[in-house]
Ligand binder design. Structure first.
Ligand code: TRP
Ligand code: ZN
Length: 439
């Protein structure tokens, strides 16, 4: 209804995370111009969000947790703004019309406050470390360091201009636009991620780092960085990241991004995260199994992204299954023997948690990982290797750089195999109880 007062919704429409993301627009690009001082832990700067309105907008929301907003402009003109919880409401001087492109710049500063709200999700978001920052945002921690449409359903490209004290390295997604520039006591690093990225995969790792760059045997650029405490593992982290990325390109289809890599810090969040182009590892030198998991996410999760959090098995089930494939490739346990060992655990709690329905406060439940991976292996047994691997490649290529749902995966599996797999997927993904299988 053109002309009528219409504010964008405060959430993007994920039933489990109703306040995450926002309605009324699609983000195309984020430009984050940020300074961070590890000594004071203060982040200062601006975020420019370029978006396209999908309705008339008299006002719209961004997600932002903590931090102090000093000024907001839309199209260069001063805009009104308000804060309520983790919602930043922007009222442009002139309403935006449906279909129009617009840009909003938010100037802000403060000491980022990571999220610890859910016992099973740990601490996430922008986390200060002794010498910098460790930024791991799944599922909704991007809002702890930049105003965003903080939900994977709205992917965008990014430019990061990060200024840190001279001697500190700043690492973000994608590739560097040029060498870092030092002027006086600070150094500015510019990074660009030119492929669409979910907000939870955006990162800005700062601190003392030893860096190695080059290309994988197949020619994919690699950027690997380690905290000096892990100096002795830089070469293996670099080499294995390239080798594993190349291997997955053979199994899943062409690598979707312009570089691969790894960042290993001495801080531990208790898990690794598949940050686009540069997974982060913390506290210990990762096994190749963990790296195989995080690098498989570049295809499953990062290039093909979920549309709603309840479909998280499309990320974690696939990445866990990739660990089993890697184990077999590496001369260790075969995927089939891993599957059988789990299947024999008749009393495992995963049988009472349907993995196709990840739950809000327990998104990373073991069932989403292990039973999710078992679903794929059971499917492979059901339709045979040629169709299974053709399906996995087709899934990666059809939804490359986009978003997808479990229903779309099931439909594609049925189409590729020319079989009705409703009962199969129902038992593996949506029902409690251990599905029947021939072992
Ligand atoms: N996505 C990560 C991985 O499996 C895991 C992860 C992210 C996680 N955030 C978490 C696990 C919080 C437990 C709690 O690669
Ligand atoms: Zn994972």
């Amino acid at each position: 209804m053109r002309g009528a007062s219409s504010a964008g919704a405060p959430g993007i429409g994920d039933a489990d995370f109703p306040e995450d993301g926002n309605g009324g627009y699609d983000v195309e690009h984020y430009t984050l111009k940020l300074s961070y001082d590890p000594a004071t832990k203060r982040l200062v700067g601006s975020a420019t969000v370029q978006a396209e309105a999908v309705q008339d907008l008299t006002a719209f929301h961004l997600d932002l947790h903590g931090l102090t907003v000093s000024r907001v402009t839309v199209g260069g003109a001063e805009a009104g703004f308000g804060r309520q919880g983790d919602e930043l409401t922007v009222t442009p001087a002139t309403p935006i019309t449906d279909g129009a492109r617009f840009d909003v710049t938010v100037h802000y500063s403060g000491v980022p406050d990571p999220i610890r709200n859910y016992a099973n999700l740990g601490t996430y978001g922008f986390i200060a470390t002794a010498d910098g920052s460790f930024v791991t945002c799944e599922p909704n921690g991007a809002k702890t360091w930049f105003p965003s449409n903080d939900h994977p359903a709205d992917k965008a490209t990014y430019t990061f201009e990060i200024t840190v004290p001279a001697g500190v390295t700043a690492i973000a997604n994608g590739e560097q636009a040029g060498p870092p520039v030092t002027s006086g006591a600070t150094t500015k690093f510019v990074w660009r991620e030119k492929h669409p990225m979910a907000s939870y995969l955006a990162t800005m790792m700062t601190g003392k780092f030893d860096v190695r760059t080059g290309t994988s045997p197949a020619g994919i650029p690699i950027y690997a960085a380690v905290d000096p405490a892990f100096r002795s593992t830089l070469d293996s982290l670099y080499t294995e990241s390239g080798r594993i990325t190349d291997y997955w390109a053979g199994v899943f289809g062409p690598y979707p991004f312009s570089s691969t890599g790894a960042v290993l810090d001495d801080y531990s969040a208790g898990y690794a995260l598949e940050n686009q182009t540069k997974p982060i590892y913390g506290g210990f030198s990762p096994t190749t199994g963990i790296m195989a998991h995080e690098l498989a996410h570049q295809w499953f999760g990062n290039s093909v992204s979920i549309t709603r959090w309840k479909d998280l098995w499309l990320n974690e089930g696939f990445a866990t299954y990739a660990e089993w494939l890697w184990s077999e490739h590496d001369g260790k346990a075969s995927a089939d023997s891993v599957f059988r060992a789990y299947y024999e655990k008749a009393l495992d709690p995963m049988w009472s948690y349907p993995p196709g329905r990840a739950q809000r406060a327990d998104l990373f439940n073991n069932s989403v990982y292990t039973r999710g991976a078992m679903t794929l292996h059971a499917l492979r047994r059901e339709i045979g290797d040629p169709l299974f691997f053709a399906l996995i490649k087709k899934w990666a290529s059809t939804h490359r750089y986009g978003n997808a749902t479990t229903e779309q995966f099931i439909a594609m599996a049925q189409q590729v195999s020319a079989r009705n797999l409703t009962a199969f997927f129902d038992g593996w993904l949506f029902r409690t109880g251990r599905p029947a299988a021939t072992i």
